[in-house]
Design a protein around this ligand. Structure first.
Ligand SMILES: C[S@@+](CC[C@H](N)C(=O)[O-])C[C@H]1O[C@@H](n2cnc3c(N)ncnc32)[C@H](O)[C@@H]1O
Ligand SMILES: [Zn+2]
Length: 282
């Protein structure tokens, strides 16, 4: 793990900085965290919260869809925004990073920046640790205190992931930015309807403003809309990587897929908003 990644991390027990020792990270008090052989470090505090994040099949499905380039317009948007708002060498944190795809894209536009991929799924952390040499992957729960030092990162990414506004604000340096991507109600709607998947909450936008408004000021927002042309296998992967994976039985899904013409055409619609951290006098 890069020294510049270790420099932004904090001990989940005492909040102090960490130093790299052989095969582990260690705080001044002596709390020690082993680097997994797959390249990530677990900074989960205490007993598990019962949140495991995405399972192996969901992460594999997401990897397949993203690496096939189906979400390239979103990746390009995130990369452009990260490059625009991140000062040279500033650290980028991706909360709920999944496979590390968006963080890797973001770092491509920030040539001197280290990246932290934070996810509660060990399967996601394994992938993210390998996504780019500048990425350090951290197993942690985004609903708890994030294991990062106050004001240590320049940019936070949050793509289809849990948003703990107070913690994302705490770890950002003054003037730092947050790039959020959320699905629109019509995201993949034709596929969602035909496969009986879960639909997006219509009130999501309002909830987002309520969640972030106190601490973050929107700077730019745009809708990114694009067509997807999927093989049946990829359509299955799109279903398997989303929230419906836990609710629709695999056999039922396959029955419904078998009735679709190939390629499966659908439309992705997401909103990407860049926020600036408010100062206390804003
Ligand atoms: C819909 S996926 C998005 C992944 C990635 N941002 C992307 O768009 O490819 C949501 C991710 O958040 C992770 N996640 C869910 N709950 C979490 C939590 N409490 N803390 C950290 N990560 C969490 C899941 O494991 C999963 O990787
Ligand atoms: Zn400690």
């Amino acid at each position: 793990m890069l020294q510049s990644v270790v420099d932004v991390l904090a001990c989940p027990h005492c909040g102090q900085g960490l130093a790299a020792a052989e095969g582990s990270l260690r705080c001044p008090v002596g709390h020690t965290f082993d680097l997994a052989k797959q390249g990530y470090v677990s900074l989960l505090a205490g007993a598990g919260t019962g949140i495991d994040g995405d399972d192996a099949a969901m992460v594999a499905a997401r990897h397949e869809v993203l690496e096939a380039g189906h979400y390239t317009p979103v990746g390009e948007h995130v990369a452009r925004e990260a490059a625009r708002v991140t000062p040279a060498g500033g650290a980028v944190l991706d909360v709920g990073a999944g496979t590390g795809y968006y963080l890797r894209e973001a770092l491509a536009g920030c040539p001197d920046s280290p990246g932290v991929a934070l996810d509660v799924s060990k399967y996601a952390c394994r992938r993210a640790a390998k996504a780019d040499p500048r990425i350090g992957a951290v197993l942690a729960d985004a609903w708890r205190a994030l294991p990062l030092l106050d004001g240590s990162v320049s940019t936070v990414l949050n793509v289809f992931a849990p948003r703990h506004a107070a913690e994302m604000a705490r770890v950002l340096r003054p003037g730092g930015h947050l790039v959020v991507v959320t699905p629109e109600p019509r995201h993949l709607v034709s596929l969602v309807d035909r496969l009986g998947l879960i639909t997006v909450d219509e009130r999501k936008r309002q909830r987002l403003d309520e969640q972030l408004g106190d601490r973050f000021e929107p700077v730019t927002s745009s809708e990114v809309t694009f067509g997807l042309s999927l093989s049946l296998g990829e359509a299955e992967a799109v279903a398997a990587m989303g929230p419906s994976a836990r609710h629709v039985a695999a056999a039922e899904l396959r029955d419904r897929l078998a009735e679709l013409p190939e390629p499966v055409e659908t439309t992705a619609a997401v909103t990407a908003t860049t926020y600036r951290l408010r100062t206390s006098i804003d």
